[in-house]
Design a protein around this ligand. Structure first.
Ligand SMILES: Nc1ncnc2c1ncn2[C@@H]1O[C@H](COP(=O)(O)OP(=O)(O)OP(=O)(O)O)[C@@H](O)[C@H]1O
Ligand SMILES: [Mg+2]
Length: 240
């Protein structure tokens, strides 16, 4: 289980995340939704040790806070960053070999051939340089690279951003297949696909937790949009 206890992130005077508490059960799936600047990426970067934070991050009761990004990755908390940064000059397969490094010393959960089974497009392009992949293919590679690192929890930062709908659907099919064997923390601005996969939702707005609950409670897109932009039900339906 991954736990955030009153996680806060500040950049100088800017408080990007304010006392966010959440739990991701082992192999459970949660979404963190929110508009631009809500603090979603800051939350994931804090979990991964890439920015300092207040409060605590724990994996299976052990504190991750204060450890280096490399040590945190070695515990099995693996981030797929916003903008799918793959090594452009390396081939698809070489990128996957690099990804395996973070999984060393732990039980191997996905081999390169498992990744090719899950994402067959990658198998067809295994020898191609990553720079020559489309955006969607690069996102698949970024997910594949995270999988060969034997994740206990995958942190996915806007995995559908900028992708054609059919490609985004394909990526989410993969998450659905992973659900139940890997913990998933999915950050998105566009909620619909994420809502179909996760159990629990946290809505962030300007660093504050604007809403939290079961995914089914967030099925109404109008209500969700109001939560994200901070319009209260009462404001939306003024008494006449
Ligand atoms: N390195 C930084 N230095 C200063 N302020 C930052 C830095 N990174 C983020 N911020 C600020 O922190 C706040 C939260 O940013 P964050 O990137 O976490 O938001 P986000 O929810 O991921 O947004 P988006 O959907 O646009 O990716 C914003 O006000 C942003 O301007
Ligand atoms: Mg972001």
């Amino acid at each position: 289980m991954l736990e955030l206890e009153k996680l806060s992130v500040s950049y100088g005077p800017v408080r990007a995340v304010n006392e966010l508490s959440l739990r991701v059960p082992s192999a459970g799936a949660v979404a963190i939704l929110g508009p631009n600047g809500a603090g979603k990426t800051s939350t994931l970067r804090a979990i991964s040790g890439l920015v300092p934070h207040g409060g605590a991050v724990l994996l299976n009761g052990r504190k991750l806070s204060g450890r280096s990004p490399r040590e945190i990755a070695r515990t099995g908390v693996i981030q797929v960053p916003e903008g799918r940064r793959v090594f452009g000059s390396l081939s698809v397969e070489e990128n996957l070999h690099v990804g395996m490094v973070a999984g060393r010393g732990r039980e191997r959960r996905f081999s390169i051939s498992d990744v090719y089974d899950l994402l067959p497009a990658l198998a067809r392009m295994r020898g191609r340089a990553a720079w020559a992949l489309s955006g969607g293919e690069q996102q698949m590679l970024a997910v594949g690279r995270a999988l060969v690192a034997s994740p206990e929890v995958l942190l996915l930062d806007e995995p559908s951003l900028g992708l054609a709908p059919a490609v985004a659907d394909r990526i989410y099919d993969t998450f659905r297949q992973l659900k139940g064997s890997v913990g998933l923390v999915i950050v998105e601005q566009m909620a619909a696909r994420a809502l179909a996969v996760v159990d629990e939702v946290f809505v962030l707005r300007e660093g504050e937790t604007a809403g939290a609950g079961a995914a089914t409670e967030f099925a109404d897109p109008v209500r969700l949009a109001r939560l994200m932009i901070g319009v209260h039900e009462d404001d939306a339906h003024p008494a006449s």
